[in-house]
Design a protein. Structure first.
Length: 116
């Protein structure tokens, strides 16, 4: 059974940094999977933040370009999201998503709050 578990969320001041991690237990084809981070703020729809393709290509939404970095550790079946220069508008629940052989898997989410 595939399970995604996120960690690393928390409370941080504006301008601060956090590193989110998502461990994919039970994934069989992790190396060739599409991995992504999404976020959902209160009253808003869930949006794509960043994704990494099997060939290593990285795609970011405009609002996080230059501040966030997505990376993948195939041996550990883990994907990370390094977040720098955090702003209040980055406050949201962050979700990890994996696409394996046409199936979508989601983590339970981790809260990121940016506030002074």
């Amino acid at each position: 059974q595939v399970q995604l578990v996120e960690s690393g969320g928390g409370l941080v001041q504006p301008g601060g940094s956090l590193r989110l991690s998502c461990a994919a237990s039970g994934a069989v084809f992790f190396r060739t999977n599409h991995m992504g981070w999404f976020r959902q703020a209160p009253g808003k729809e869930r949006e794509l933040v960043a994704r990494i393709l099997p060939n290593g290509q990285k795609i970011y939404t405009d609002s996080v370009k230059g501040r966030f970095t997505i990376s993948k550790e195939n041996a550990k079946k883990t994907v990370h999201l390094e977040m720098n220069g955090l702003r209040s508008e980055d406050t949201a629940v962050y979700y990890c998503k994996m696409i394996e052989r046409g199936h979508d898997y989601w983590g339970q989410g981790t809260q990121v709050t940016v506030s002074s």
